[in-house]
Design a protein around this ligand. Structure first.
Ligand code: ATP
Ligand code: MG
Length: 202
C-alpha cells in the first residue's frame, strides 16, 4: 500500500506492444496489482518492439500509447508508460527498469509477463539485468503450459485465463467483426477516431 508520502514503493512494469490493448492485458494488470499489493502497474508501451519488427506492420507507437491511456484512464493504480517512446529506438526492459528505478528511488520493481513472453526471457537484451533489477512475475495464458527457466524465482499469479490476443483482435477488426467487450469502450473510440490505426490493420 502507498507510503504516507504517496511515493510508490512496489512498482509493476507490464510491457507490451499493446496493438491493441485488450481485456487480457487489463485483467492481468489489475489482478497482479491486487495479488502482490503493488502501488502501481505501469503498462509500458514499446517504442520499437524489436522482436516483432519485420514480421508485420506495427501501429505507430503514439497511437498504441493513446489506446493504452484510454484503457487505463480512471483505473486506480494503472498507468500508461511512455518512457520507451520518449527514449526512442529499440525498447529493452533492462533499460526501462533502470529508468523506473530512477523515477521511484528505493522502490521494489516487478516485471510482469504472460507465460509466452516469460518463456522467451533469455532472448531479451541483458535478461540477467532484468532478473537482477526486478522480481519476475508470470501469469498463464490459455493453452499448453510453457517451460520456464528454473533458475529464475518466478512469482506466479493466477488470473482468469482469457483467450484474447492482439493478433486475433487485429484480424477481427480487419474483417469487420466487433471488438466490443474485448477492448474498453474508450479504446474503441480511439481506434475509431485514429485512421492510422485502422489503416495499419487493413
Ligand atoms: P500479439 O498477439 O500482437 O503478440 P498480445 O495479445 O500477445 O499481442 P502483447 O502486447 O504482445 O499482446 O503482450 C504484452 C504482454 O501481455 C505479454 O507479456 C503477454 O504475454 C501478455 N498478454 C497478452 N495477452 C494476454 C492474455 N490474454 N492474458 C495474459 N497475458 C497476456
Ligand atoms: Mg504477444
Amino acid at each position: 500500500m502507498p507510503e504516507p508520502t504517496g511515493t510508490p514503493r512496489r512498482v509493476g512494469l507490464f510491457g507490451g506492444t499493446f496493438d491493441p490493448p485488450h481485456v487480457g492485458h487489463l485483467v492481468t494488470a489489475v489482478n497482479v496489482r491486487h495479488a502482490l499489493e503493488l502501488d502501481v502497474v505501469v503498462m509500458m508501451v514499446a517504442n520499437v518492439p524489436w522482436q516483432k519488427e519485420g514480421t508485420r506492420r506495427i501501429t505507430p507507437a503514439i497511437d498504441r500509447l493513446a489506446m493504452v491511456e484510454a484503457a487505463v484512464d480512471g483505473v486506480p493504480g494503472l498507468e500508461a508508460g511512455r518512457h520507451e517512446i520518449d527514449q526512442g529506438g529499440n525498447s529493452y526492459t533492462a533499460d526501462t527498469l533502470v529508468a523506473l528505478g530512477r523515477d521511484h528511488p528505493g522502490a521494489e520493481l516487478f516485471t510482469i509477463v504472460g507465460d509466452d513472453a516469460a518463456a522467451g526471457l533469455h532472448s531479451w537484451e541483458r535478461s540477467a539485468e532484468v532478473v537482477r533489477l526486478s522480481h519476475l512475475v508470470v501469469v498463464d495464458r490459455p493453452g499448453a503450459p510453457v517451460e520456464l527457466d528454473g533458475s529464475v524465482e518466478w512469482i506466479r499469479v493466477e488470473v482468469p485465463r482469457l483467450d484474447v490476443s492482439s493478433t486475433d483482435l487485429r484480424a477481427r477488426f480487419g474483417d469487420g467483426r466487433p471488438l466490443d467487450y474485448l477492448v474498453t469502450d474508450d479504446t474503441l473510440a480511439v481506434i475509431a477516431e485514429r485512421s492510422s490505426y485502422g489503416e495499419a490493420l487493413r
